[in-house]
Design a protein around this ligand. Structure first.
Ligand SMILES: *Cc1c(COP(=O)(O)O)cnc(C)c1O
Length: 232
């Protein structure tokens, strides 16, 4: 691996090429640099290279980093959210990707209302249907989306998924396609209340495939910052 700056150059080149293959404009795709467990100095290096979107998994870490880095950035909360952490998450996050139940949506709505904020959210869909994974089962996606759409202080921007870890670039292509189809169908069938403009899918191992299948936001950590060390 190269420096953070060099890695970002490679990834942006890959993003451009994936867009070209898919007949999409590069401006349709946002790279989220997933900086969880990584020091502020790494984030500053990425900011220096022109990045403005960062993803964090842990509320504590998100809060600490947003307090330390005062640049005007977009912070994406992408990790599983517990209800007792919602208040802090709503204060610190620009957008919460990991809304995995109606009850957590209700809690976010309540905290957003207290702050006078309209909180942008994504609904996490369990595309692999594995029992152990977070996310709304795809068969319940429509019903749950419409229920969450009733909450006044939330704005549903779209869907996100975390499919099984990909063995190769193509392994999750059908899951990505399934999520794109869900998003298109919901926009078509419920155009009076839904305007879904974000699709958060694709990680280090498969972001190019996700872009080919319609991702608007790819979440890339390891390929930018290197392997994570959870023991530090
Ligand atoms: C850690 C994480 C990523 C980044 O994964 P990499 O494989 O390091 O690119 C993306 N999305 C979510 C939800 C994550 O937790």
């Amino acid at each position: 691996m190269g420096s953070i700056k060099e890695n970002l150059e490679v990834i942006h080149k890959n993003i451009n090429e994936a867009c070209k293959r898919a007949g999409r404009d590069t401006s349709e795709v946002t790279l989220i640099s997933v900086s969880k467990t990584k020091p502020v100095s790494d984030i500053l290096e990425a900011i220096d290279a022109g990045e403005r979107n960062f993803g964090e998994n842990y509320v504590q870490e998100l809060v600490a980093k947003t307090e330390e880095i005062k640049d005007d950035l977009t912070w994406h909360m992408i990790g599983p959210l517990q209800s007792n952490k919602v208040k802090k998450a709503v204060k610190a996050a620009s957008i919460i990707h990991s809304v995995h139940s109606i009850s957590i949506a209700e809690t976010i709505n309540k905290e957003a209302a207290k702050l006078g904020k309209i909180q942008d959210i994504l609904i996490e869909i369990n595309v692999g249907s594995e029992l152990s994974k977070h996310g709304i089962d795809i068969s319940e996606a429509e019903e749950v989306t419409l229920e969450i759409a009733k909450l006044d202080n939330l704005r549903i921007r779209g869907y996100m998924c975390i499919p099984p870890i990909a063995e190769d670039k193509d392994a999750n292509r059908l899951y990505f396609r399934e999520l794109k189809q869900l998003s298109d169908k919901m926009n078509k069938d419920h155009s009076d209340i839904l305007h879904l403009d974000m699709l958060s899918m694709g990680m280090s191992s498969d972001y190019e495939t996700a872009i080919e299948e319609g991702a608007t936001h790819v979440r890339v950590g390891t390929a930018i910052f290197g392997a994570r060390n959870y023991n530090k």
